[in-house]
Design a protein around this ligand. Structure first.
Ligand SMILES: Cc1ncc(COP(=O)(O)O)c(C=O)c1O
Length: 448
């Protein structure tokens, strides 16, 4: 089908996520046909750098021979069979490999198919666990301001982003919200350490007052991604862990965005030597090939679900494609590539390069803040740097920057006023330089 027909059908038939369709239908859509390495190609053979790793999932590049082969080989055996009452080899083998590289205390893998479902599962496990060990009052959750854990109702319940979540409040269960140490947007001028300590103090007050009714605390470790790449001050994560232990509240770490190398370690929690009670992972788990997610737990939590069938301690939860063999086969190959291609070493080299290249962005008057953790990076665009005043929403500055970058061959996507870099982890030095140069020019063109 030619571009004109596809464009028209796209506009007529598809409701795109997180997209104002009135605007979308007035623009020429980019229709992607293929990928190679860090590049995407549209149906007219225009080439773009995939600056957001196809929504934070791609790891080793598009169309990677080893990942392709893992899928082909598995497809020749079986595409899908259920984990409800049966098992399959790839899901068992991947569970074993994954548990070798995740925190030592985690020893059980519950499969699902998206970041949101992995969070729903974590919440239900934490809730049910306390019901079954004789602490039935512990039913609530503590979460953080501006948190994002997905778009299903439970995940929205522990979310804290006004823009995405406030409309749905009437549908949600009650959650206690603690402030997140967002130094740049704090109401007064504070250092990172002051901001961290204020937040920890408030968290402790909330835990002291509510621990008897709290099942778990949920946190995105080191970086709040969707909130605009808000990096936490050093030591915050470790202190949250200590407070949760002190007040008998489970710690759920949502590594959906941070997991699989984005922050420079395979999982972000490694950087503060923190072991969660429950861990969620998805996105990069298959290198960006197929939907797969996991919720990992400790032996102690798992044991809380054991009993005679008639005690009804079973975890009555499961999705149709849970533990899909093709997704698990590619997840195994994805993990192997981390070793074979020395991926984390590249992430650390590229992160240092990126830090260096971003320094010149301060020449741009519209630059408000740069936040970086590994290759997860946010560049906040403001109308006035000193007062941190944002541009009027109606000016659609971030979207204009996206379009200016696109015409120069780069796909990026903003989060509110924040331009996000989340490149594939295999990116080379020259590719990263190109990404930075295009972004610089695009911001300059739109904001000067
Ligand atoms: C930290 C975090 N948790 C959960 C999710 C939801 O994942 P999914 O879109 O796969 O449902 C996301 C998605 O961006 C995320 O960043």
């Amino acid at each position: 089908m030619d571009k004109k027909n596809l464009s028209q059908l796209d506009k007529d038939l598809i409701w795109h996520p997180f997209t104002q369709m009135l605007d979308y239908r007035n623009e020429d859509p980019v229709i992607i046909e293929r990928g190679a390495g860090i590049y995407l190609y549209d149906i007219e053979n225009n080439k773009y750098i995939d600056g957001v790793s196809s929504l934070w999932v791609n790891v080793h590049g598009h169309n990677h021979p080893k990942l392709n082969q893992a899928i082909t080989q598995q497809t020749e055996k079986i595409a899908h069979s259920t984990l409800l009452g049966l098992s399959n080899a790839p899901s068992i083998e991947f569970a074993e490999k994954l548990l070798q590289v995740t925190p030592d205390n985690l020893c059980k893998v519950f499969y699902s198919d998206s970041g949101s479902t992995s969070v729903e599962i974590a919440l239900k496990i934490a809730f049910q666990y306390f019901q079954q060990i004789g602490q039935a009052d512990k039913t609530k959750f503590i979460s953080f301001s501006n948190a994002y854990h997905g778009d299903t109702i439970g995940a929205v319940g522990v979310g804290g982003m006004e823009l995405f979540h406030s409309l749905y409040r009437p549908l949600l269960f009650e959650t206690i919200q603690a402030p997140y140490p967002d130094t740049y947007h704090w109401e007064s001028s504070v250092t990172e350490e002051e901001c961290r300590d204020l937040c920890l103090q408030r968290l402790e007050e909330l835990l002291k007052a509510h621990h008897h009714e709290l099942a778990a605390c949920i946190l995105e470790p080191l970086v709040q991604g969707a909130a605009g790449m808000i990096t936490a001050p050093a030591g915050f994560l470790k202190s949250v862990r200590q407070l949760c232990d002190q007040y008998n509240v489970l710690l759920i770490l949502d590594e959906v965005a941070t997991g699989f190398g984005r922050t420079g370690t395979l999982f972000a929690c490694e950087q503060e030597q923190v072991q969660p009670d429950i861990m969620c992972a998805a996105k990069g788990i298959t290198g960006g090939y197929l939907p797969l997610a996991v919720t990992l737990t400790t032996e102690k939590i798992f044991n809380g679900f054991l009993g005679a069938y008639e005690e009804l301690k079973t975890f009555f939860h499961g999705h149709t494609y849970t533990g899909n063999p093709i997704a698990c086969a590619v997840a195994i190959a994805n993990l192997e590539l981390f070793t074979e291609e020395n991926t984390l070493a590249n992430v650390n080299e590229r992160s240092a390069q990126l830090r260096h290249e971003l320094e010149r962005f301060w020449e741009l008057p519209a630059l408000g803040d740069i936040r970086q953790c590994g290759l997860m990076t946010g560049i906040e665009i403001v109308q006035d740097r000193d007062s941190k005043t944002p541009f009027p929403l109606a000016d659609k500055i971030p979207h204009q920057i996206v379009l200016a970058a696109r015409k120069r061959g780069l796909i990026i996507r903003p989060l509110g006023p924040v331009m996000v870099f989340m490149p594939p982890l295999c990116m080379s030095e020259s590719e990263l330089s190109e990404l930075c140069a295009i972004t610089f020019e695009a911001i300059k063109e739109v904001t000067s």
